[in-house]
Design a binder for this molecule. Structure first.
Ligand SMILES: Nc1nc2c(c(=O)[nH]1)N[C@H]1C(S)=C(S)[C@@H](COP(=O)(O)O)O[C@H]1N2
Ligand SMILES: [Mo]
Length: 210
């Protein structure tokens, strides 16, 4: 994984693009499929799978909105090569979710689930990283529908497909399993600093057999 602390301080001093990326003016919209309609009365956020207590944990939209609000500054790197640097994301950190709904000791990975069955898998350490946030806001403003309103995950240290828009829940897993793009040719880990774009680049240990 390199030296995250050293990298963080280097980035703070002078924003830097991962290899092969270019800076994007504005904020493009990138996703597969239609933009879902938000129905607050039917929305819930679920944490399930290998939880510490074996129970499923659910929040209504109202309950989720009352969780502790935090902001983090982090990049968005799309594998199609555009990057946005240093955006301020507001919402609920993944660490808060891990505290409120702890995983079982043997949970090693998570699957993050979104509307229409979109999913992305993460190693527990990537999910638990300081910058990982379920965002409701960017730059102090509520997300728009096409950028993931009411909730999207942002994992600034990985390629942006690892951050589902219109996220609805998290499954704790005791073994790794591929999500939507990870099954369709994209790298299981997706570290932009190592340019882990495609599954053919995977090395033993990077992911389950395809
Ligand atoms: N539900 C869902 N989330 C998604 C995607 C998707 O296809 N469906 N695409 C991902 C990809 S590839 C990128 S680059 C970012 C883009 O976020 P943006 O449209 O807000 O720039 O969303 C990610 N989240
Ligand atoms: Mo992307």
């Amino acid at each position: 994984m390199g030296q995250p602390a050293e990298r963080a301080s280097r980035q703070a001093a002078e924003p830097e693009l991962p290899p092969g990326q270019r800076l994007q003016r504005g904020w493009p919209v990138t996703h597969y499929g239609p933009v879902p309609k938000f129905r607050p009365e039917r929305w819930e956020f679920r944490v399930f799978g290998a939880t510490a207590d074996g129970e499923k944990h659910c929040w209504t939209h109202e309950e989720f909105s009352a969780l502790p609000y935090a902001t983090v500054v982090g990049d968005l790197h799309c594998v199609t090569k555009f990057s946005m640097l240093g955006a301020e994301w507001g919402g609920v950190t993944a660490r808060t979710i891990l505290d409120l709904a702890p995983p079982a000791d043997d949970a090693t990975h998570v699957m993050v689930w979104a509307e229409y069955g979109f999913s992305s898998n993460l190693r527990m350490a990537d999910f638990a990283a300081e910058g990982t946030i379920f965002a409701t806001h960017k730059g102090g403003e509520l997300l728009t529908a096409e950028h993931g309103f009411p909730l999207r995950l942002v994992v600034p240290h990985l390629y942006a497909w690892k951050g589902p828009k219109w996220v609805r829940g998290v499954e704790y897993m005791t073994a790794d399993r591929r999500g939507f793009w990870e099954e369709r040719g994209y790298h299981n880990v997706g570290d932009p600093w190592r340019e882990q774009r495609y599954s053919y680049q995977e090395e033993p240990g990077d992911g389950p057999e395809l």
